[in-house]
Write a protein that binds this ligand. Structure first.
Ligand code: 9UX
Length: 70
């Protein structure tokens, strides 16, 4: 299942890579993609295995803010 998160605090493509690689390395995550202009993170992962709160916690530990788009 795919989930989308609004991400704020990104300034450049290096920020994008930090988030894509940080989220992409989480156990259970199949893919993670960020669109800088749209400020959007798209994550493909089993929701039971990878809760949205954990995704947001990783985003925040990397220095950005994240909020699930429901
Ligand atoms: Mo450019 Mo992104 O200074 O953290 S790397 S905005």
């Amino acid at each position: 299942m795919e989930r989308k998160f609004k991400i704020t605090g990104m300034g450049c493509q290096s920020c994008v890579r930090k988030i894509e690689s940080g989220i992409g390395q989480m156990n259970g995550v199949e893919s993670a993609g960020v669109n800088l202009i749209m400020e959007l993170l798209t994550v493909r992962a089993d929701e039971a295995r990878v809760p949205s709160e954990e995704i947001i916690a990783v985003v925040e530990n990397l220095g950005f803010q994240g909020e699930e788009i429901l």
